[in-house]
Design a binder for this molecule. Structure first.
Ligand SMILES: [Zn+2]
Ligand SMILES: [Zn+2]
Length: 464
């Protein structure tokens, strides 16, 4: 068995791991490179897509699924395997990505033409039709814990990773010289307490684990503490009567925040206000969530059994059209506005920030990670003025940052994952920043007492 990683190594984006067992070629994830690594999307896969028999997709985040249409364009003719929610969410995520790329291309091309260098602009990686074609290759939909044989020597089981709706890690049982070896590919791992979906189900055994390392060097604040902070921020915000702006990722975080607001409403804690979910992608995702209530945790299931919608209550408005979205700008007080993008570098949130950041009685509550270089990060870091659509906007609103809502396991969660595997011999570290992985490697050696190795791009890893 040979494993080669072509993405999701030496960084957190572009997840893509090739597993060879005899003649069988299996790809785990085919994600998009993002941020500073974006150019890598144009540099080829590092292998011939036509040799792949199966692509196992762990979850629908774009850094894990975002290059699937490109893979198909370049000759992939195998079968894609995923859970049912992952299939449905991937569809809307890829269509959204195609849309964003098309718009971005138009904008960049206009600028480049004015400069006289249109050839400098990369065309979109794929369009909507490529997405529809790619979705045809999702041939095998698996439930959690449902075994599936890829060949006489390779069997897989998808287990609940507790990261986002439908997310899975892959348990792979491989016959090597008549002895069976169990190898795990973690995808992205979640936490053992979740607001909406079921928490992670830890593995019971594995000899080798390829494990993500996103937060391998630190621990999150407890979720309960973050929920308290969130409630206080909402109540504080409304004391002065202004609007509350919450930049939210469309998938998972938007639903979690709606659910928290619903709980506050039920408990009589939510001041009289209007709540807007102003993101077509988040609205589609929320509607999809409601079709998969069997994946929700017990508390949310009970709410549904009592006939309640966990994400909707009176005074919640889903605004799809641009018209409806613009109308929100006229509201000066007592509105909670959820919009994307989560890091404020695009999407409708920029309009809402432009209309509210300068108001002293408004607030912005950050509930997700803000990467360096984004508008969100500038605000979190205390900028007094920011530029939005070329206009200078004073930052007078109150700013709250709540850090404990991560969808990723922290260091103790990742170590817990490894420790729960009986017979574990070796951990391969993937999906992390190099500095963080070094710390995580030390923690593993100290706490789990096994060897570990930081995977380098396209190096051959032999497992026998
Ligand atoms: Zn993820
Ligand atoms: Zn990821």
């Amino acid at each position: 068995m040979i494993v080669q990683s072509f993405g999701g190594v030496e960084g957190v984006t572009g997840s893509c791991h090739l597993v060879k067992v005899g003649k069988l070629n299996i790809l785990i994830d085919c994600g998009m490179f993002q941020g500073l690594d974006e150019d890598k999307n144009y540099q080829g896969f590092g292998f011939d897509p036509s040799i792949i028999d199966y692509l196992i997709l762990t979850h629908s985040h774009i850094d894990h699924c975002g290059r699937i249409p490109l893979l198909v364009k370049h000759g992939f003719r195998g079968k894609i395997i995923s859970t049912k929610p992952t299939y449905h969410i991937t569809r809307i995520m890829l269509l959204d990505a195609a849309n964003v790329m098309r718009e971005e291309y138009k904008t960049q091309l206009k600028k480049a033409m004015r400069r006289g260098t249109p050839e400098e602009v990369n065309p979109p990686l794929y369009d909507e039709n490529d997405v529809f074609t790619a979705m045809e290759y999702f041939k095998i939909i698996l439930d959690y814990n449902q075994p599936f044989s890829l060949s006489k020597d390779v069997k897989i089981v998808l287990k609940n990773a507790g990261h986002i709706l439908g997310s899975a890690y892959v348990e792979m049982y491989v016959n090597l010289d008549y002895k069976e070896k169990k190898v795990i590919f973690s995808g992205d791992l979640g936490t053992n307490i979740k607001l909406v979906i079921k928490p992670i189900e830890y593995p019971s055994e594995a000899e080798v684990v390829f494990i993500e390392s996103t937060y391998g060097n630190r621990n999150h604040r407890p979720l309960e503490e973050s929920i308290r902070e969130f409630k206080t921020a909402i109540l504080d915000s409304f004391k002065d009567g202004g609007n509350v702006i919450i930049p939210t990722f469309a998938l998972e975080r938007a639903q979690e925040i709606l659910y928290l607001l619903r709980r506050m409403y039920d408990d009589g804690e939510l001041p009289k206000c209007k709540v807007f979910l102003d993101s077509p992608l988040a609205i589609s995702a929320t509607r999809l969530f409601l079709q998969f209530s069997e994946h929700f945790n017990e508390e949310v299931k009970r709410l549904i059994e009592r006939g309640h919608n966990p994400f909707v209550f009176p005074d919640v408005y889903f605004t799809t059209s641009v018209e409806e979205s613009r109308k929100i700008n006229e509201i000066e007080s007592n509105a909670i506005i959820l919009a994307g993008s989560g890091m404020c570098n695009g999407g409708r949130i920029k309009h809402h920030l432009k209309h509210n950041l300068w108001r002293e009685n408004a607030s912005v509550i950050f509930v997700g990670y803000q990467a360096v270089g984004t508008l969100g990060r500038q605000i979190v870091d205390g900028a007094k003025k920011v530029k939005i659509y070329g206009e200078e906007i004073a930052v007078k609103a109150k700013i709250y940052t709540i850090n404990g809502f991560s969808a990723h396991a922290d260091q103790s969660g990742l170590l817990q994952f490894l420790k729960s595997c009986n017979n574990i011999q070796l951990a391969y570290l993937i999906h992390g920043e190099p500095e963080i992985m070094k710390d995580f490697k030390e923690a593993i050696e100290k706490d789990v007492a096994i060897n570990s190795h930081i995977v380098k791009k396209s190096e051959y890893i032999y497992i026998n």
